[in-house]
Structure formats: structure tokens, C-alpha cells
Write a protein that binds this ligand. Structure first.
Ligand SMILES: O=C(O)C1=C[C@@H](OP(=O)(O)O)[C@@H](O)[C@H](O)C1
Ligand SMILES: C=C(OP(=O)(O)O)C(=O)O
Length: 444
């Protein structure tokens, strides 16, 4: 992807309100996991609603390279698994593209497969820290050789008789938790992960769905997860809900453009993913969830949203794990809200596809908004209509690109972005879908 030419875009305030009823693509976290667990199960897993974004396609390619059979069947995906410990050595380097989730979860799987493999990624992923998974995974007996600073490329020699890991996460990270659980699948005995704050529990839910024994108990503010190793994972069909992290973009656009009224159908509402919706409600957002239902083991609902004059908010640090990927677009909402907002405890944003704390501040400043970073907090001085008129550097980061295009729907002057190509990592069809709602996005 990084060799392709950049795709600049411009976004400007539309002359009419946004309106319509849409669905967003499948959940990225659940899609990665469905492919990985399917590849480790015995039998054929059918996945309905898989996100066909670049990140997930990287996971599909990697699991294929490791011996799973993965095909597309109409709109569904079929995965014929190899059973736990049954993956086979890849013939080439595994390239995880732009995806932290794919790289870190796969490191867990490879740690307890007795062969050697090499993993790399694009220029963004090669900057991201892998020590957070390497350190705990070493305890399984796997040997890792990383580039300086624990960065990709990474060579992994998987353990022969892997040991179960016991680990307390130093940072709230569902990727690290999941990597350890995935390693634990092929280790004899009980793998234990303690998380100081609850993070998205799609791995725990899906492991149970595939027949593994997972026990989750409360541990202070967080959770203790215990997995019994070497179960037989049985193929199980997965229905992927719409991604709440993707729904966030049309949702915020609908709140910001005067007179707008939107419905986003079939959005996943796992309680560990809904921090943004709570926060927007605190800002006064007209946001309603209708037809709440359980679908494929996950909470799902239809989000109805109407334009609202938003007010500033103070978001506690403890809420960050439940909305970690939504901060750039929340920052856009805060820039267009009356008053000064404070978003607390955002250190993890520094190690995403870009340094999202710095890049989000720069995006808002490019639109004439006063912003400060104090420690790990982002302070945004909002106004009902920021000036706009700037160029946003997106740093190979899909969420910055989409956030800036949403921002441009509300600013006085258009906002431009340097490159829209990374949007396809998580939200293929984003620009077309936003235009269908009435958003003004064009090639400058
Ligand atoms: O487990 C997952 O699927 C994810 C966990 C989060 O990362 P961290 O675990 O690094 O917080 C999130 O930012 C990412 O988009 C997806
Ligand atoms: C942080 C993200 O993804 P990943 O870590 O999988 O690259 C994201 O999608 O915002």
C-alpha cells in the first residue's frame, strides 16, 4: 500500500443536511478473531459479515500462508481450520500491512507453534512497539528476534512444549491480552491474564463460542481471565456485527451538520466498546438506540441520530479502553462543541497507526482550533463553527483521515487531507457512503 500514490481529498460543509439509513462494514476486531479462531478450529467455520478491509485481508492471507483454507462463498467467508498446534510453516515473510491487531494476535499464535516464521508490516506498523507482546510471550518458551527497539520485522521461533503464561497487563490492551490467550491455546495447563481495566472481550467470547474453557472473574477494577490449554476448538459460525468504531464517523457527522437525521443499522454494542456513545450523550447528543438485540452472541442495535448543538465534556481516563479508537473523531465533536473539553489519559494513542495524540491536535489546529496537550490529556477549546481551511497530514492513519473528512463537514472553510488511501484498512467504501448521506467530499 505504501508504494501507491497518495489520494488527497477535500471536505466541505454540505449545502443540505445529511440524511439516510445506512449500515457500516463488519467489526474489525471480531473479523480478525473469526479468521484466526476458525484457522485453529477443527472443521469449517462460516463467517457472515466479515470486514473486507485491508487489515483483515492481511489476517486472511497470513492464516492461509499458515495452512488454513480460506475461501469466499457469496458474501460469506469459509475457513477450514488445522486444529490447535496444526498450522504449518509459512514459505515467505508474513506481511501484516498496517494492522497492529493482526501482528500482535498472530505473534501469540506463532509463539506456541513449533516452527520459525518472520513477520513484518508497512512503515507505520514497523514503528509500533512489539515488546508489549514479546515480553509476556517469551514465558511460553518462544524465542523472538526483533529489529532494534522491539519493532518489526520480527522472527519468531515457536516453543515446542509451550508453557502456559501468567501475566498482569501493564497497559490496558486487548491485543496483548488476546496474544497471550492465543498462545495459551497450545500450552498445557492454565493461562492466566489479569487486566487492570476491562478491555474489549471479543477473544474471550469467541473462544467460548468455539468450545474453549474460559473463566472470567472480577479483579479489582479489572478482570482475571483463565484459559484451559489444549482444548479442541470446534468450528463455529460467526455473524459479525457492524463496527461501532466505524459507525462513529457518520454518527458524529450527523450530529455536526445542521438539520441532519441518520439511522445506522446493525451496530455492535458490546458494552466494552460503547464509551463514545456515553460521551456523546454527555455532550447532549440526540442519539437513540432502537431494536436492541443479541446477534451471534454480541449486542447489536440501530443508532438513530439527529443534529445537536453539542457542549464540552470531561472524559475520565478510565473510559479510554472502551473508546480507544474513537478519540480522533470525538476530538472533532469537541472542536465543534461549546466550551472547553478535556480528554484524559490518552497515552495509548501515542502508539497507534500514528502518534494519534499529536496528530489529532495537529488536525484540529489545521482547522483553527485551539488545542493543548497536557501530559496525557487533550484539551480542546470548542466553538460552534471552527474556521477550517487547513491541510491535515494523516500519517498512514485511517482514523485521522476519516476524522478530518468529518471535521470538514462542519468547518467554515474546507478541510483537506493529504492521503485517503489508508481508509480502506478499516472502512472500505467510506467516502461513497458518506457522499450517499449528503456529505461533501471531493478530489481537490
Ligand atoms: O484487540 C483489538 O482488536 C483492538 C484493540 C485495541 O488496541 P490495543 O489493544 O493496543 O488497545 C484497538 O485500538 C484496536 O483497533 C483493536
Ligand atoms: C489502532 C487501530 O488498529 P490496529 O492497532 O489493529 O492497527 C485502529 O483501528 O484504530
Amino acid at each position: 500500500m505504501e508504494t501507491q500514490p497518495a489520494r488527497p481529498l477535500a471536505a466541505r460543509r454540505p449545502s443540505t443536511p445529511l440524511a439516510g439509513e445506512i449500515a457500516v462494514p463488519g467489526d474489525k476486531s471480531i473479523s480478525h478473531r473469526a479468521l484466526m479462531f476458525g484457522a485453529l478450529a477443527v472443521g469449517q467455520t462460516r463467517i457472515t459479515g466479515l470486514l473486507e478491509g485491508e487489515d483483515v485481508l492481511r489476517t486472511a492471507a497470513a492464516m492461509r500462508a499458515l495452512g488454513a483454507e480460506i475461501t469466499r462463498d457469496g458474501g460469506d467467508w469459509l475457513v477450514s481450520g488445522r486444529g490447535i498446534g496444526g498450522l504449518t510453516p509459512p514459505e515467505d515473510v508474513l506481511d501484516m500491512g498496517n494492522s497492529g491487531t493482526a501482528a500482535r494476535l498472530l505473534a501469540g499464535i506463532l509463539a506456541t507453534h513449533d516452527f520459525s516464521s518472520v513477520m513484518t508490516g508497512d512503515a507505520s506498523l514497523r514503528k509500533r512497539p512489539m515488546g508489549r507482546v514479546i515480553e509476556p510471550l517469551k514465558a511460553s518458551g518462544a524465542v523472538f528476534t526483533a529489529r532494534e527497539g522491539n519493532r518489526l520485522p520480527l522472527t519468531i521461533q515457536g516453543a515446542r512444549d509451550a508453557l502456559p503464561i501468567t501475566y498482569r497487563l501493564p497497559v490496558a490492551s486487548a491485543q496483548v491480552k488476546s496474544a497471550i490467550l492465543l498462545a495459551g491455546l497450545n500450552a498445557r495447563g492454565i493461562t492466566e491474564v489479569e487486566e487492570p481495566e476491562p478491555t474489549r472481550d471479543h477473544s474471550e467470547n469467541m473462544l467460548t463460542h468455539f468450545g474453549a474453557q474460559v473463566k472470567v472473574t472480577q479483579a479489582g477494577r479489572g478482570r482475571m481471565i483463565r484459559l484451559t490449554g489444549q482444548p479442541e476448538l470446534r468450528a463455529a459460525d460467526v455473524v459479525v456485527p457492524g463496527d461501532p468504531s466505524s459507525a462513529a464517523f457518520p454518527l458524529v457527522a450527523g450530529l455536526l451538520v445542521a438539520g441532519s437525521k441518520l439511522v445506522i443499522n446493525g451496530v455492535g454494542l458490546n458494552p466494552l466498546r460503547t464509551g463514545l456513545f456515553d460521551t456523546l450523550r454527555e455532550m447532549g447528543a440526540e442519539l437513540e438506540i432502537r431494536d436492541f438485540r443479541i446477534q451471534g452472541g454480541e449486542n447489536v442495535g440501530d443508532i438513530h441520530v439527529e443534529h445537536t448543538a453539542l457542549v464540552a465534556v470531561d472524559v475520565p481516563a478510565g473510559r479510554a479502553p472502551s473508546m480507544i479508537d474513537e478519540y480522533p473523531v470525538l476530538a472533532v465533536a469537541c472542536a465543534c462543541a461549546r466550551g472547553v473539553s478535556r480528554l484524559r489519559g490518552l497515552s495509548e494513542l501515542r502508539v497507534k497507526e500514528s502518534d494519534r495524540l499529536a496528530a489529532t491536535a495537529a488536525m484540529l489546529r489545521a482547522g483553527g482550533v485551539r488545542v493543548e496537550i497536557e501530559g496525557d490529556d487533550l484539551i480542546i477549546h470548542g466553538s460552534t463553527q471552527p474556521a477550517g481551511g487547513g491541510l491535515v497530514e494523516t500519517h498512514m492513519d485511517h482514523r485521522l483521515a476519516m476524522s478530518a473528512l468529518v471535521f470538514g463537514q462542519a468547518t467554515r472553510e474546507p478541510m483537506r487531507i493529504d492521503d485517503a488511501s489508508f481508509i480502506d484498512t478499516s472502512f472500505p467504501g467510506f467516502v461513497a457512503l458518506m457522499r450517499r448521506l449528503g456529505a461533501d467530499i471531493s478530489v481537490p
